[in-house]
Design a protein around this ligand. Structure first.
Ligand code: ADP
Ligand code: MG
Length: 703
């Protein structure tokens, strides 16, 4: 029997939760803090001092020696700079551990080396972190000890956002304000805010750490840059939901425990489609906390892997030829008095508020399909989107039969008189119960699917922060709500006006609805006919950030200024160019220092064999044939290597960020492919014993 885990006790044990605050703070202070957490506002310095002291005492009792403002710069991951609680000793040399309210609410980490896209010249290096009071502080344990982590936003000296959190928080305020206008129209005066909730399903790969360490590409690029397919891939579909192997199970158990301690509601775990691929999903929560927690999930996945002699790969496409990893971003909107705006109820055709919300979302997604696609792009995701394993790069909405039918009726007749119901699903076995059938089936191929009482945005990359997609979702829907409320608040006859508006939005934007197979070529052609954007790569999506439409949207709701958007463009081009450059250099390194020398060695053994066999009086036909083949591919490799070196040098010397990024995409990547091809072919014919690093079979099947 294994030990019994007391999850209730474990859960949140490393978090400065509301319960902990209630225990440790004077009642009036606790009330003030909770009020600000729930309704916004600023903490006075006196209150902050009291909170800081309680937080410090709690942290120290739990082993902490340091604190950090934990933030999310534009690198897509998190950043921390530790300060100990050590203070200046008194005249007797005695030191008291200190942490003030000022240190809690504001930090100045310098941090001049983070990407800022020109928002800060290096001489204006000041950057500030500010406590996000709505996301709880927590303790992180690493080799340096226990660190009190305070979730913060990160801004420049002039207040411009330098991170992923600031715009997200701004977008949450925008959507709350605009959604409140909508629910008020329907008589809900009790709600004081509307919260965007997010549940991200996180996919990942696990490989053996010793094997990982033998591959430079995994170390530097997080994905394989060479590698012939293994004899078996995912075609038998035997890994998906398969029995979890012992070593992986031990990892998952450990991971869950660490996450529960951090207050992350790790809920679902299973094997995914590709060999060595897995998934973890927590229970949904408020968007900014979900974003923070997803960062913790990714970080903890990597950390715990080390303890099990494993390495966790979060890259969107670690292996060619099998599925890559994504993140399904489940998103919904709820009022603080308990109404999920995306819950259609049993009779969605009669639920006018739901229909208006749905119509607004459909409009938002159609008008800003380009921005939504941009928000889910990162360098690794270019390998997935549109590659028949993930949604295409074309944004469309899946509604399911029931809602599609309601929409159709509304568009055609202005009324939705009836609604499809699920009915019973007979199993045909007398001992099995008949199911209540859902009114709507699922569709795995849609990038933006309605799933019961939420939308599931399935395009997001596995390694990416979910900050941007949720910022964009909140922003575009806030705009649609705002435009609808502007009209409806002025309407003489609300019932008629809302009815007309729903019909108008659905009619105008129905082209974005698609319930068919999103992976098919027909859809690509059909989408083009419908005029839907098909933005094929991350860098082609970048400029959607600064179209007039985008600037107007983001500035209107105070989410991004034009300067902030331009800086993000710059950062994205840079990240792209730098990432591909690292990949190119890694390939050059592996090809010239590992693969080519190994192949040369192998050719020598073949040549020796040819001579020896001939000398012995037989003809060495097979050896000669093989030698010729190997030599020809070696020549091809050497030529491709020279070409890659040439274009990489040219790319690296370019100065305009956008031109450079496109050159990497169009020229350098082609040269990388040209080098990979002969190398992978050689891997198939060269003696496995001389191949310089673990193969796909070693990596994916022997974990
Ligand atoms: P499914 O498998 O049907 O997509 P799950 O229940 O497995 O749904 O949920 C997937 C993710 O969606 C989980 O993180 C879950 O907590 C989250 N989720 C469920 N309901 C909502 C909601 N109303 N809003 C946001 N996320 C939700
Ligand atoms: Mg799901």
């Amino acid at each position: 029997m294994s030990e019994v885990l007391n999850i209730e006790e474990l859960f949140g044990s490393k978090v400065f939760t509301r319960a902990t605050m209630r225990e440790r703070l004077p009642k009036s202070v606790y009330k003030e803090v909770v009020k600000i957490m729930d309704q916004g506002g600023e903490l006075s310095l006196e209150t902050a001092d009291v909170v800081a002291k309680a937080m410090k005492d709690w942290a120290i009792e739990n082993g902490a020696t340091h604190y950090t403002h934990w933030f999310q710069p534009l690198t897509g991951i998190t950043a921390e700079k530790h300060d100990s609680f050590v203070s200046h000793p008194d005249e007797n040399g005695k030191m008291l551990m200190e942490f003030s309210g000022k240190e809690l609410i504001k930090g100045e980490p310098d941090a001049s080396s983070f990407p800022s896209g020109g928002l800060r010249a290096t001489f204006e290096a000041r950057g500030y972190t500010a406590w996000d009071i709505t996301s709880p502080a927590f303790l992180k344990e690493d080799a340096t000890g226990v660190i009190l982590c305070i979730p913060t936003a990160f801004c420049s000296y002039k207040g411009e956002a330098l991170d992923k959190k600031t715009p997200l928080l701004r977008s949450m305020e925008a959507i709350s304000e605009q959604a409140l206008r909508i629910v008020r129209l329907f008589g809900n005066t009790g709600a004081t805010k509307v919260v965007a909730s997010v549940g991200p399903e996180q996919e990942y790969f696990l490989v053996d750490r010793d094997k990982y360490l033998k591959r430079e590409d995994l170390i530097f690029a997080g994905r394989t840059l060479f590698g012939a397919p293994a004899p078996k891939g995912q075609e038998l579909e035997d890994h998906y939901f398969g029995t979890i192997r012992e070593r992986i199970g031990a990892y998952m158990k450990d991971l869950n425990i660490e996450l529960w301690k951090l207050g992350v509601t790790a809920k679902t775990q299973h094997n995914e489609v590709a060999p060595a691929q897995h998934e973890l999903a927590p229970i949904y929560e408020t968007a900014n906390i979900a974003v923070d927690h997803n960062q913790l999930v990714m970080e903890t996945m990597k950390k715990v892997a080390g303890r099990h002699g494993l390495t966790c790969l979060l890259h969107e496409k670690p292996f060619a030829g099998v599925n890559g990893s994504g993140k399904h971003n489940n998103w919904s909107l709820g009022t603080d008095n308990g109404v999920n705006l995306l819950d259609p109820g049993d009779t969605p055709n009669e639920n006018i508020q739901f229909l208006l919300v749905l119509a607004c979302i459909i409009k938002a997604v159609d008008v800003h399909a380009d921005l939504l696609r941009q928000s889910a792009s990162d360098v690794g995701n270019d390998h997935r989107l549109g590659a028949n394993e993930a949604p295409p790069a074309i944004i469309s909405i899946f509604l399911g039969e029931q809602l599609e039918d309601v929409v159709k009726q509304l568009v055609e007749t202005g009324e939705a008189a009836h609604v499809l119901q699920g009915g019973k699903l007979a199993t045909g076995v007398s001992t099995l119960p008949d199911f209540e059938k859902d009114a709507t089936d699922r569709n795995r191929t849609s990038p933006f699917a309605f799933t019961g009482n939420k939308f599931e945005f399935r395009m997001v990359g596995s390694a990416d922060s979910i900050g941007s997609p949720n910022t964009t979702l909140n922003a575009i829907v806030a705009e649609a709500f705002c435009e609808a409320a502007d009209i409806l608040e002025k309407a003489d006859d609300f019932d008629v006006a809302v009815h007309d508006l729903i019909k108008e939005y659905l009619t105008e934007h129905q082209r974005i609805i698609f319930n068919g197979n999103g992976y098919s070529d027909e859809w690509v052609a059909e989408a083009e006919r419908r005029g839907l954007p098909n933005i094929r790569s991350m860098i082609e999506a970048v400029e959607t950030l600064t179209t007039d439409k985008a600037v107007k949207l983001f500035e209107k709701f105070g989410i991004f200024t034009k300067a902030e958007l331009e800086s993000r463009e710059e950062v994205l081009y840079e990240i792209y160019a730098k990432t591909i450059n690292i990949e190119a250099l890694t390939m050059v390194d592996m090809a010239s220092k590992e693969i080519i020398p190994a192949v040369i060695k192998y050719s020598k053994s073949l040549a020796d064999s040819v001579l020896a066999v001939k000398e012995a009086g037989a003809d060495a036909e097979v050896q000669t044939e093989l030698l010729k083949e190997v030599s020809a591919k070696l020549t091809e490799m050497k030529t491709a290597l020279a070409k890659l070196e040439e274009v990489e040098a040219k790319a690296a010397a370019m100065e305009n960020a956008k031109d450079q990024a496109f050159y990497y995409k169009d020229v350098v990547k082609a040269a990388m492919d040209a080098l990979r091809k002969p190398a992978d072919e050689l891997e198939m014919i060269v003696d496995k014993k001389v191949w310089p690093f673990p193969t796909y079979a070693d990596l994916m099947f022997e974990v």
